[in-house]
Design a protein around this ligand. Structure first.
Ligand code: PMP
Length: 436
């Protein structure tokens, strides 16, 4: 039954439909609903809450800003809080990149920062076309939706930004170019051919936008060797490479930034979600050679969220001091191993994959025939049933990917081994119940 408040809210609200609770309070990885029932939160604000809910260092940071009478709104003026945040951010970047980087504060969302990144590379190169990847997700504004591979939200939104072009992503489980090394090499060759073909219409793109692990697209990690190739291809042709780490950044994949797995560097790095330490913040960090904007070329009122800079700094320091990136790496491997064991006793789990604590479990329709590379169609209906069975057992997780067939685990990085075991046990029961 919908409450009066829910009836007043937009039909566009989404999470309450699949996670039908009102939250009383939350602490660490535990959410408590109005009836006192506890849930383990493996969604974490869509990958935002690296330190879980209401972490002590986040509270302390907020209290300090208030005690120091720091202005809560500053446009893009400087304060000691901003300076400390920038110092911490630059100290967290790979040294080589930090040396040549500049940071731009954007509006509060990931989408805002992606918009800024697109305008930045268009301005710097004088080119217009943006290349991005099938299955990618970069936001829900007109610009970011235009470059997102997800097509369903676009169906009724006409006249999106033109001059975008989609490239195949090395989604190994369903790669039409074939699996393994051959598959991703074929994609690299395909991209090089497009870029070198005078008839392709994309010879001079303004930039290529990529997620190192596709998030909303179904927790799909790109192979390391392919990422190196993409960097080589873009460097050789002087095409700015925009790496969208809105979801992967700040330790989630087992390294501070996911591009570090491939030992590459972006030209433009986009950060939001965890960088705000629970509060809204987004930044673009980029090679200063691209900084060809006139003053005021990209503006916005809310680029000075001091509370978010303080909580962001506290979160960055905590992740580093407690090596939560390494913890995410180890626990991620353990969880994938356990999920593969669950897969071996299940007929509906087609794939278990991920990097660090960004894990995807792809649910398939085993009764339908497999395609030529041996994969069965995704089963979004069953994925939803498993999600609901998990919910009943007190585990909150999300579905995503093609057909909504991928169960996504994005727990806070502070998840303990015991809590992970708890999630895995309940997940196993949920799969069993859903398959029955
Ligand atoms: N990029 C990626 C990789 C994301 O995962 C998201 C959000 N899920 C966005 C951009 C957009 O961020 P926001 O919802 O804050 O606009």
């Amino acid at each position: 039954l919908l409450s009066q408040q829910e009836l007043r809210e937009s039909n566009a609200r989404s999470y309450p439909r699949r996670i039908p609770i009102a939250i009383q309070k939350a602490e660490g990885v535990i959410i408590t609903d109005m009836n006192g029932k506890e849930y383990i939160d493996c969604l974490a604000g869509a990958g935002t809450l690296a330190l879980g809910h209401n972490h002590e260092v986040v509270h302390e940071a907020i209290q300090q800003v208030l005690a120091d009478r720091i202005p809560l709104h500053t446009l893009d003026l400087t304060t000691p809080v901003k300076e400390a945040f920038v110092d911490e951010l630059f100290a967290s970047l790979p040294a080589n990149f930090a040396q040549k980087a500049k940071v731009q504060f954007c509006g509060p969302t990931g989408g805002d920062a992606i918009e800024a990144a697109l305008k930045l590379v268009k301005t710097a190169t004088g080119n217009r076309t943006i290349l991005s990847f099938q299955g990618g997700y970069h936001g829900s504004t007109h610009g970011t939706l235009s470059i997102s591979g997800t097509t369903s939200p676009k169906e009724r939104i006409h006249a999106l930004v033109p001059d975008t072009h989609f490239l195949p992503y090395p989604y190994e489980y369903r790669c039409p170019f074939g699996i393994g090394e051959g598959g991703h090499e074929a994609i690299s060759t395909y991209i090089e051919n497009l870029l070198d073909d005078p008839e392709s219409g994309i010879v001079k793109p303004a930039g290529i936008v990529v997620e190192v692990v596709q998030g909303e697209g179904g927790s799909v990690p790109a192979p390391i060797a392919w990422l190196k190739e993409l960097r080589r291809i873009t460097k050789e042709r002087q095409i700015p490479l925009i790496i969208d780490e809105v979801q992967t950044g700040i330790g989630r994949t087992g390294k501070m930034f996911a591009f570090q797995h491939a030992d590459i560097e972006p030209d433009v790095l986009v950060l939001s979600k965890a960088i705000g330490g629970s509060l809204p913040l987004s930044v673009v960090v980029y090679d200063k050679a691209l900084d060809q904007w006139e003053p005021g070329a990209h503006i916005g009122t809310f680029r000075g969220n001091q509370l978010a800079m303080a909580t962001g700094k506290a979160t960055l320091s905590f992740v580093k001091e407690h090596a939560l990136d390494a913890h995410a790496h180890d626990l991620g491997i353990y969880m994938q191993m356990q999920l593969k064991a669950i897969q071996s006793n299940s007929f509906s789990i087609g794939d278990v994959r991920g990097r660090g604590l960004m894990i995807g479990v792809e649910i398939i329709d085993w009764s339908k025939p497999a395609n030529k590379i041996g994969t069965h169609p995704g089963n979004g209906e069953l994925a939803k049933v498993i999600q609901q069975e998990c919910f009943k057992r007190g585990v909150i997780l999300e579905v995503g990917g093609r057909h909504g067939a991928v169960i996504r685990l994005l727990p806070p990085l502070i998840l303990s081994q015991a809590q992970a075991d708890d999630v895995l046990e309940r997940f196993k029961e949920a799969v069993k119940a859903a398959e029955a």
